[in-house]
Design a binder for this molecule. Structure first.
Ligand SMILES: Nc1ncnc2c1ncn2[C@@H]1O[C@H](COP(=O)(O)OP(=O)(O)OP(=O)(O)O)[C@@H](O)[C@H]1O
Ligand SMILES: [Mg+2]
Length: 577
C-alpha cells in the first residue's frame, strides 16, 4: 500500500495549491513595504507636497491590507488542509488498529498506541501545517528581500550586512537541537510523572491497604524534583536561543548603518534607499529567528510520521478473514494434535491437544493456572492463528473459515470480561443492537444479574465508569456473560467466567445455563470442578498437555489429579458451609 502521506496528498493534496499561490503572493507583497517606506523618505528628502506624502501613506496601508489578506488566505488553505490531514491520519490509524491481528497488540503497550493516536498525529500535522506554511513563507520572503537588497542597493553592502547571519544560523541550529533534546527529556519526565499520579489514583486501594502513602509521596517528590531541574535546563537554552538572533541582527543593523550612512553622507546613495535596506533586513530577520523552532517542529514531526508509517505498514488481517462468505459455521469442535507456541515465546503453551466435541455437547476444561486453557479458547476463535489441520469447527479447518464468519458463530466471554465505558444496557447489547428489551432482560436473568441491576438506581442505564469501576468483579463477569448470551450464537466459550462469583450464585448460573444452552455447543473453562460436572467431556490440562480426560465419573474413577482436586474443593466447600 502507498505511504500515508501519499494517500492523503492524492485525496486532498490539491488544496495546498491555492495555499502556495497565496503564500508566494504574500512573500512578494511583504517586500513592497520596505521599498514604499524608503520611497517616502526619498520624497521627503527631495521636498514633496502634502498630498504626495498622503498618497504614499495610503499605499503603505494598501500593502498592509494585501499582506493581511494573503497571509490569512495562505494560512487558511495550508493549515486547514493540515487539520484535514490530522483527521485522515487518525482515521486511517484507527482503521488499521481494528484490523491488526491479536499478535500485534500483545507486543505493544496500550500507552504507546495512545501516543500514536494523539501526539504523533499532532506532531505530523504541525509539519505539514504551521511549519510548512510559516517556514516556506519566511524563507521565500527572506530570499526576495536579500535579492532586493543586492539589486536596489549594492551586493557588497548586502554581503557585509548579512555577515553575522551564517554564524547566527549555525548557533541557532545547534541550540535548537539542544532545546529539542531537553524538551524531550522534560516531556518524558512529564509523562512519567502523570503516569505515576494516574497509577496512584487507580491503585489507591492497594496503596492505602499497604499503608504506602508516605513512600509514594517521597518518590513523587523525587520525580517532580527531576522535572523541575529538567525544565530549568530547558529554559537556559531557550533563553539563549531567543537572544542569538537579536544579537546577530544588532550587528547587521550596525554594519548597514555604518556602510550605508557613509554612502549617504558622500552623496552616493539617497536616504530612501538606506531606509529600504534596513526594512529588508527586518524581513530577513524573521526566518532566522524562527529557524530553530521550525527545525524542531520538522524533526519531531518527521520522527512521528515515521512511527505512524511503521504502524501503517504492519500486516493487517488478510482480506479473507474480514469478509463474510455468507455461510454460517457448523457446531462441532475438534482439535487434532494441536501444538501452539506464542510468537516470540520459547516454550509451547499447548502440546498435542486433541479432542472431539459433537454438536450440542459441552466440553469442560480445567487445569492449573498458566496451563493453556485461555490459549485453547482463543485459538478456537482464531484470535491467534493455529496451524493448518489442527482445529476444526463444523468439520472445517478453521484456517479455511473467514475469521468474520467463525466469530459470528461464537459467543465468547473472555477471562478479563472487559466492559466499555457505556451503560449496562449498551454493554450487553454491544454486538447485537437489533435485540429487543425482552432478549436483554432474559440474558440478564440467565446470567443471574437481572435482580442486582434492577436494584441500581438507574437500572440498566447505569453507566459503567471507566473500566467498570463501580461494579464488583462478579457483577462485571456476569454482565460480560449476559453480553455473550444475548448473541444467541450456536457455540459458546466461557473462559473462567464465574471465578469471581460465590458458590451459590455459580450453582444457580450453571443450572440456568444448562437449560438455556440446551442444543448449543459449549466450552466451559473453570478452575471450579463443580461447574464442569455435567460436561460431556472434561480435559485436565497441565503445562499445555492434556494429562487426564473423560467424563466426571471416568475421571473420578481414575483417582488421578482431577480426583484429588475434586476432593480438595469439596472439602473446602463443606468447610465454608
Ligand atoms: N500473549 C502471550 N504471549 C506469550 N505467552 C503467553 C501469552 N498469553 C499467555 N501466554 C503463556 O501461555 C501459557 C498459557 O497461558 P493461558 O493464559 O492459556 O493459561 P490459563 O490456563 O488460561 O491460565 P489461568 O488459569 O491463569 O487463566 C502461560 O505460560 C502464559 O505465560
Ligand atoms: Mg486463562
Amino acid at each position: 500500500m502507498r505511504p500515508l502521506l501519499a494517500r492523503f496528498l492524492k485525496k486532498h493534496g490539491w488544496m495546498y495549491l491555492p495555499g502556495f499561490v497565496f503564500l508566494l503572493l504574500n512573500a512578494r507583497i511583504m517586500n513592497l513595504a520596505p521599498r514604499a517606506l524608503g520611497d517616502a523618505f526619498g520624497m521627503l528628502e527631495a521636498g514633496c507636497t502634502r498630498e504626495e506624502i498622503l498618497r504614499q501613506a495610503l499605499w503603505i496601508v494598501c500593502i498592509a491590507l494585501m499582506v493581511f489578506i494573503t497571509f490569512f488566505a495562505f494560512r487558511m488553505f495550508i493549515i486547514m488542509n493540515a487539520r484535514r490531514m490530522e483527521v485522515f491520519f487518525r482515521e486511517e490509524l484507527f482503521r488499521k488498529l481494528q484490523f491488526l491481528p491479536q499478535s500485534y497488540f500483545a507486543k505493544q503497550r496500550s500507552g504507546e498506541m495512545m501516543a500514536y493516536a494523539v501526539n504523533d498525529v499532532n506532531a505530523a500535522r504541525q509539519v505539514f501545517g504551521p511549519a510548512l506554511a510559516m517556514g516556506a513563507r519566511d524563507i521565500i520572503s527572506g530570499a526576495i528581500a536579500i535579492w532586493a537588497m543586492a539589486h536596489e542597493c549594492s551586493p557588497g553592502m548586502t554581503a557585509l550586512a548579512l555577515l553575522p547571519l551564517p554564524f547566527a544560523l549555525g548557533a541557532i541550529i545547534l541550540l535548537g537541537n539542544q532545546v529539542y533534546k531537553r524538551s524531550k527529556l522534560s516531556q518524558d519526565l512529564f509523562q512519567k510523572l502523570s503516569g505515576y499520579v494516574n497509577e496512584s489514583i487507580m491503585g489507591m486501594r492497594v496503596l492505602k491497604s499497604f499503608a504506602r502513602e508516605e513512600a509514594r509521596q517521597e518518590r513523587y517528590g523525587v520525580l517532580s524534583g527531576e522535572m523541575r531541574d529538567a525544565n530549568v535546563r530547558l529554559n537556559d537554552v531557550s533563553a539563549l536561543l531567543g537572544s542569538v538572533s537579536v544579537l546577530a541582527f544588532g550587528l547587521s543593523y550596525a554594519f548597514a548603518l555604518i556602510l550605508g550612512g557613509r554612502r549617504v553622507l558622500r552623496g552616493e546613495m539617497d536616504l530612501g534607499t538606506l531606509v529600504a535596506f534596513l526594512g529588508y533586513l527586518l524581513v530577513v530577520q524573521q526566518p532566522v529567528t524562527v529557524a530553530g523552532r521550525i527545525m524542531n517542529m520538522v524533526q519531531r514531526g518527521l520522527a512521528s510520521y515515521r512511527r505512524l508509517q511503521s504502524v501503517d505498514r504492519e500486516a493487517s488481517l488478510p482480506e479473507f478473514d474480514r469478509t463474510s462468505r455468507g455461510k454460517p459455521v457448523g457446531r462441532s469442535l475438534e482439535a487434532k494434535h494441536l501444538h501452539y507456541t506464542y510468537p516470540g515465546a520459547d516454550k509451547p503453551a499447548l502440546r498435542d491437544v486433541s479432542f472431539c466435541l459433537k454438536e450440542g455437547q459441552t466440553l469442560g476444561i480445567t487445569g492449573g493456572t498458566g496451563s493453556g486453557k485461555s490459549t485453547l479458547a482463543a485459538l478456537l476463535l482464531k484470535l491467534w492463528t493455529p496451524e493448518r489441520g489442527t482445529i476444526f469447527v463444523g468439520g472445517e479447518d478453521v484456517c479455511d473459515i473467514p475469521a468474520f464468519d467463525l466469530r459470528e458463530g461464537f459467543g465468547y466471554v473472555p477471562q478479563d470480561g472487559f466492559l466499555f465505558s457505556a451503560s449496562i444496557r449498551e454493554n450487553i447489547l454491544f454486538y447485537t443492537p437489533d435485540k429487543t428489551e425482552e432478549d436483554l432482560l432474559q440474558a440478564a436473568e440467565d446470567a443471574c444479574i437481572r435482580k442486582e441491576i434492577r436494584e441500581f438506581p438507574q437500572g440498566f442505564d447505569t453507566q459503567v465508569g471507566e473500566r467498570g469501576t463501580h461494579l464488583s468483579g462478579g457483577q462485571k463477569q456476569r454482565i460480560a456473560l449476559a453480553r455473550a448470551l444475548v448473541r444467541d450464537a450456536p457455540i459458546l466459550v466461557l473462559d473462567d467466567t464465574l471465578s469471581a462469583v460465590d458458590h451459590i450464585t455459580e450453582q444457580a448460573i450453571t443450572r440456568t445455563l444448562r437449560t438455556r444452552l440446551r442444543g448449543k455447543t459449549v466450552v466451559l473453562i473453570s478452575q471450579r470442578l463443580s461447574a464442569l460436572r455435567e460436561a460431556d467431556r472434561i480435559l485436565f490440562l497441565e503445562e499445555g498437555r492434556v494429562t487426564e480426560e473423560g467424563t466426571h465419573e471416568e475421571l473420578m474413577a481414575r483417582k488421578g489429579l482431577y480426583y484429588e482436586a475434586w476432593l480438595f474443593q469439596a472439602r473446602e466447600a463443606e468447610g465454608r458451609s
